[in-house]
Write a protein that binds this ligand. Structure first.
Ligand code: AMP
Length: 446
């Protein structure tokens, strides 16, 4: 059992998969996957989906959500399938190719004892194989929005018989700009269908999207995110931007960490870091949107089998990846969206497992620390490591002050001081004194 599975089990109910209403040929496949009990999201979602309800679920990767929507869907599709004619009856939309491939693999495993056919389509690879898989007749299609619209536009597939729609990681789809594609796809589907929407966060946009196509949805929640965060050891190491690369390599080597997930803010940053790590003898690979599908799959496989020690990822690429929970997650740079911090560190050990999330923070990132602390409602522990101390208190991106600049500043200061001494200056200072006494009165009046 890996760290991840332990975590799932700690959040399980007392019910069994059988008690949720699943049939033997599905139970058999689930048992073969090694799942002994349903996760919380599975316990809540499966009976509702079996009853035909629309679902609005707050759940991210790691909660068991894929089986949560797939198992009941398979059962319903199996019960109603047409023996010969196989139109696409279930459509699962995902933001990334990796997530699409993962869901596809899971569906194959869960439908092992059923007569159900599935295909997966996404961009970045030639469509020929995908088209011939569809032509053979499929019940379920897992797709990213762009490739789906491409093939539909070329009449390579039809969505006219879709009975189930799953929107997975809906928040990330909107972040990635898929809103218009989603609207176009919705317009291609029959009105009468069951809809399941999964999202890690619930912004105004997600609620609007949900209102637009869900009918009387049942709200299903996995564990609230913040209680997950509480179980992770988090710390900040203050340093300079220019010292981060050496520092991260030192941390990984000294700690003898074998599987580390590192987040950078940009694709370029990820590439640079990987290059540097490899040159220092640390096996690393990058995963981000500019990498070809082959390179991404290879990096992920290497990371899972241990041949790649460090996986450097950007937020979008990392979201939805089924990576087992890891002992170490490092933020090489902090994200500028505080919620992304929570998603990132959610990748490390939970429920008592030894998970540590470390953020390397330079002066220009201190404002991000403040918004993250606000979201968490807690202060983050700060540490400084010998030889990697931050050299400046001012932001790193501020240029060093030269002699000329210093003299110009002193001149400015003198001019301002002289101005304050002039009659006009006195008037200003009187006004500000009045202001001060006003606010003092306001305060005492409160
Ligand atoms: P997901 O959140 O759907 O991406 O699932 C994450 C991981 O949890 C996958 O590796 C699944 O194989 C695993 N998993 C799903 N359901 C269970 C369960 N009931 N017990 C143990 N592992 C599970």
């Amino acid at each position: 059992m890996n760290v991840f599975e332990k975590d799932i089990i700690s959040k399980q109910s007392f019910m069994t998969f059988k008690e949720l209403g699943l049939q033997d040929n599905i139970l058999k496949a689930v048992a073969e996957k090694g799942y002994t009990k349903p996760s919380l999201i599975q316990e809540k979602a499966i009976p509702q989906i079996l009853q035909g309800k629309d679902i609005l679920a707050s759940a991210q990767t790691g909660t068991g959500k894929t089986a949560g929507f797939t198992l009941p869907m398979l059962q319903k599709l199996e019960a109603t399938k047409h023996p010969k004619y196989r139109p696409i009856r279930a459509l699962i939309l995902t933001p990334t190719r990796e997530l699409a491939a993962q869901i596809y693999d899971n569906i194959l495993a869960y439908s092992k004892y059923l007569d159900i056919r599935t295909a997966v389509i996404f961009g970045g690879v030639k469509p020929a194989k995908q088209i011939s898989a569809i032509n053979r007749g499929i019940d379920i299609l897992v797709a990213t929005p762009g490739r789906l619209l491409d093939l539909e536009g070329q009449n390579k597939l039809s969505l006219k018989r879709v009975e189930f729609l799953v929107l997975d990681e809906a928040d990330r789809m909107l972040d990635m700009g898929f809103q218009r594609d989603i609207n176009k796809i919705l317009a291609l589907l029959p009105k009468n269908r069951q809809n399941l929407l999964f999202s890690a966060t619930f912004s105004k946009e997600i609620k609007k999207l949900a209102n637009g196509f869900l009918t009387n949805p049942i709200m299903v929640e996995s564990e609230p995110e913040n209680s997950t965060v509480d179980k992770i050891t988090q710390k900040i190491i203050r340093t300079d931007k220019s010292k981060k690369t050496d520092l991260i390599i030192k941390l990984i080597k000294d700690g003898d960490w074998q599987q580390v997930l590192v987040f950078t803010r940009t694709k370029h940053g990820a590439n640079r870091l990987v290059k540097k790590m490899i040159s220092k003898g640390v096996q690393a690979a990058a995963i981000h949107g500019n990498k070809s599908q082959g390179a991404r799959t290879k990096a992920l496989a290497g990371f899972k089998d241990g041949s790649v020690r460090v996986l450097v990822a950007t937020d979008i690429a990392a979201r939805g990846l089924d990576i087992p929970l890891l002992p170490h997650v490092i933020n090489f740079e902090l994200p500028n969206i505080a919620e992304d911090y929570v998603h990132r560190i959610g990748r490390t050990g939970r429920a008592g497992a030894n998970g540590e999330a470390i953020s390397l923070v330079s002066s220009d990132e201190l404002e991000y620390v403040r918004s993250i602390e606000k979201l968490l409602g807690d202060k983050l522990k700060m540490e400084i490591i010998q030889d990697f101390e931050p050299s400046k208190i001012t932001p790193d991106n501020e240029k060093p002050v030269t002699k000329d600049q210093r003299q110009a500043k002193q001149k400015q200061f003198r001019q301002r001081r002289d101005k304050r001494k002039s009659p006009q200056g006195k008037a200003t200072s009187n006004a500000s004194q009045k202001k001060r006494s006003y606010s003092k009165n306001r305060n005492t009046n409160r």
